[in-house]
Write a protein of this length. Structure first.
Length: 524
C-alpha cells in the first residue's frame, strides 16, 4: 500500500516551494519530493572557479539537442531549485504581456487570465521574497496596489553615473526589483552583506530570497509538511479511466517506491515537468499524461538573451551590479513599432567566470583585466511559442531539447540601441575622450548570446488556456485531462514576455494554492 498524502508536490523551486508554504497552514498532509539535496553551506558557495568553471553544484545530467549531440544543461537540482542560484531580479510581467502582442516575428498569444487576477498575488510574492524596489520609475511597470515592501538597492557610483547618463539622454532608468535581505540603513544588522557572488551563486549567509530560505524551510516548520530529498519522481500512474493520478513512482536510495495523494502537483521546472508527463504515457494517454492536445513539451521558450560587456579604460569597481534597468524599448520605439525587450545587468563578471564562457579576448587585454573594466549587461527579448521548439524523450528516456531561436530582429535592434547609448556617455574625468568617447573605436563591446544549454528562463512546455485542444492546463493550472493533476512551475506560460520569470511563477503558485485550499478544505 502506497504512503498516502493529501497533496504531493514534486519539486521545491519557485513554483513548488512557494505552493508548499501556501498550503502548509491548512493542516493537510503535504509531501514535497525533491530529486536533489540541500546545497551544502561551505566556502565554495562563493568561489567562482568552483561554481562557474567546475560546476560544483550543477546538474550532472546529459540531455541531447535536436541533432542528437550531448547537451549539458546549466540547471540545478537542489532544494529551492534554480532560485538558489538566481540573480533574484523579481519582476512582474507587464500588464500588456497578458494580452496578445504583435511582434516583428509573429504573435505573442494572450494568457487566459488578466494581470488584475495575479496582481494581489504579485504583491504577496514580493512580500514573501523581500523584494526591494521603487514603483513608478519604470515606465512599463504595471499598476500595483502597494509600494514595494523594501526600498530599492542603491546604485554604486559607476552604475549611478550610467543611470544619470541614460536619464540625460531622455530615458527612464530604474532600480531593478531585487530579492535580497539587504538593509542599507542598518548594515551591521543586515543579513545580506552586498557581495559580488550573488547572481549564479548560492548565498552562503542565506540572505538571498530563494525558495528554500523563504518558502520551503518555513513550510517545514509545520508538522504536516514532509520533505523527501534525493527523491526523483520517475513517473505518475493513473487509474484505469486515466482520469486520476493514483501513484507517484519515486527513485530513492537505489530503489523505487510509490506514494500517493488526493492531489498531485508537478513543479519540476518547465523541461523536467514536460519530460515527467511524457514518461508517464500509458494506455489512456499514449502520447504522454495530460497530453490529449499534443502540446505537452511543445512551445518551449527561454528568452532571447545576450550578455554584453562594455569595456572602458576606467575600471568598473562595482560589487553588486544588478541594480539598474531600462525598459524604454520594451514595447518598441518611434521608429520600430514592435517590442524589443529589456536591458539590465548580470552580476559583476570576474576572470574565472569568463574562462567558463570563453568570450573573444580583446586585443591587449587578459580576461581578468577585461572583467575589472567591464559593465556587464543582460539583454532579454521575448521569444515566441513555436510548437517545434520542444522537449521530447529519446529511446533511453533522456531529455531531447529542440530549439530554433525566433523573433530575433527586435533583440538585434535592442543591442544596437544600447551600443548607441554607450557612445553617448559623459566624458570620463581621467581619460576624457580616450575613455568613453568613440566607445567602439577605442573601447570594446563584446557580445555573447546565451547558448541552448542556458535554460535558466525555461517556460511554456505545458501551457495553460481555456481550450483543451490547444492547452494542457486549465486556467487554474489543473490538467484538462485529469481530475487531480496540477502544474505550477514555469511550464504554464503561454508566452514568455521579456522580463525574468520567477516572480510570476511564485505569484501563480500562490494563486493556484488558494484554489487548492478551497478544493482540499482545511485551514487557510
Ligand atoms: C543562474 C540563474 C540566474 C537566474 N536569475 C533570475 C533572476 O534574476 N530573476 C528571475 O526571475 N529568474 C531568474 N532565473 C530563473 C529562475 O531561477 C527560474 O525561473 C525559476 O527558478 C523556475 O522555477 P520553477 O519552479 O519553474 O523551477 P525550478 O526552480 O528549477 O525548480 C524545479 C525543482 O524541481 C526539481 N525536480 C526536477 N525534476 C524532478 C523530478 N523528476 N523529481 C523530483 N524533483 C524534480 C528540481 O531539482 C528543482 O528543485 C535564473 C536562473 C538561473 C539558473
Ligand atoms: S549579495 Fe547578499 S544575498 Fe546575494 S549572495 Fe551576497 S550576501 Fe547573499
Amino acid at each position: 500500500m502506497a504512503d498516502r498524502y493529501d497533496v504531493i508536490i514534486i519539486g521545491t523551486g519557485a513554483g513548488g516551494g512557494t505552493l508548499a508554504l501556501r498550503l502548509a497552514p491548512s493542516g493537510k498532509r503535504i509531501l514535497l519530493l525533491e530529486r536533489g539535496d540541500y546545497v551544502p553551506r561551505e566556502k565554495a558557495n562563493w568561489d567562482p572557479r568552483a561554481v562557474n568553471v567546475e560546476g560544483r553544484y550543477a546538474a550532472k545530467e546529459t540531455w541531447r539537442d535536436r541533432d542528437g549531440k550531448d547537451l549539458h544543461p546549466h540547471t540545478n537540482y537542489v532544494v529551492g531549485g534554480n532560485t538558489k542560484f538566481y540573480g533574484a531580479a523579481l519582476f512582474r510581467l507587464r500588464r500588456e504581456d497578458f494580452g496578445e502582442l504583435k511582434h516583428h516575428g509573429g504573435i505573442s498569444p494572450a494568457w487566459p487570465i488578466e494581470y488584475e487576477e495575479l496582481e494581489p498575488y504579485y504583491t504577496e510574492a514580493e512580500r514573501l521574497y523581500h523584494v526591494h524596489g521603487r514603483r513608478g520609475e519604470d515606465p512599463t511597470d504595471p499598476p500595483a496596489g502597494v509600494p514595494y515592501p523594501h526600498p530599492p538597492v542603491s546604485h554604486e557610483p559607476r552604475i549611478q553615473q550610467l543611470s544619470d547618463d541614460f536619464a540625460r539622454l531622455g530615458l527612464k532608468p530604474f532600480h531593478v526589483p531585487v530579492g535580497v535581505m539587504l538593509d542599507e540603513a542598518n548594515p551591521r544588522a543586515s543579513a545580506c552583506i552586498r557581495c559580488n557572488t550573488c547572481d549564479g551563486f548560492p548565498c552562503l549567509v542565506n540572505a538571498k530570497s530563494d525558495a528554500q530560505t523563504c518558502a520551503v524551510d518555513p513550510a517545514l516548520r509545520y508538522a504536516n509538511v514532509t520533505l523527501m530529498t534525493n527523491a526523483r519522481v520517475e513517473r505518475l500512474k493513473t487509474d484505469a479511466s486515466g482520469r486520476t493520478v493514483t501513484g507517484v513512482v519515486v527513485a530513492r536510495d537505489g530503489g523505487t517506491e510509490e506514494v500517493s495523494a488526493d492531489v498531485v502537483v508537478a513543479s519540476c521546472g518547465a523541461i523536467n515537468s514536460a519530460a515527467l508527463l511524457l514518461r508517464s504515457a500509458g494506455d489512456r494517454h499514449p502520447n504522454g499524461l495530460a497530453n490529449s492536445s499534443g502540446v505537452v513539451g511543445r512551445h518551449y521558450m527561454g528568452h532571447v538573451n545576450s550578455v554584453l560587456m562594455a569595456i572602458s579604460k576606467c575600471p568598473n569597481p562595482t560589487v553588486f551590479q544588478k541594480t539598474l534597468g531600462v525598459n524604454d524599448f520594451y514595447f518598441g520605439s518611434k521608429d520600430w513599432p514592435y517590442p524589443m525587450g529589456h536591458i539590465s545587468f548580470v552580476g559583476k563578471l570576474d576572470g574565472e567566470t569568463l574562462k567558463a564562457g570563453a568570450p573573444a579576448i580583446a586585443p591587449g587585454w587578459t580576461l581578468d583585466l577585461m572583467a575589472k573594466h567591464s559593465l556587464d549587461f543582460w539583454l532579454t527579448s521575448e521569444d515566441l511559442p513555436d510548437p517545434d521548439n520542444r522537449v521530447t524523450l529519446d529511446r533511453e528516456g533522456r531529455i531531447v531539447l529542440a530549439y530554433k531561436p525566433n523573433n530575433e530582429e527586435g533583440h538585434k535592434r535592442l543591442i544596437a540601441r544600447l551600443k548607441d547609448l554607450m557612445t553617448q556617455q559623459t566624458k570620463c574625468k581621467v581619460h576624457g575622450h580616450e575613455c568613453h568617447e568613440g566607445l567602439f573605436a577605442r573601447n570594446l563591446f563584446l557580445g555573447q548570446r546565451i547558448p541552448l544549454a542556458g535554460v535558466a528562463h525555461q517556460n511554456g512546455t505545458i501551457r495553460f488556456g481555456r481550450d483543451p485542444k490547444t492547452s494542457a492546463l486549465d486556467p487554474n493550472c489543473k490538467a484538462h485531462d485529469l481530475n487531480n493533476l496540477y502544474v505550477v512551475d514555469g511550464s504554464f506560460f503561454p508566452s514568455s514576455a521579456a522580463v525574468n520569470p520567477a516572480l510570476t511563477i511564485m505569484a501563480n503558485a500562490l494563486r493556484v494554492g488558494d484554489h487548492l485550499l478551497k478544493r482540499i478544505g482545511g485551514k487557510a
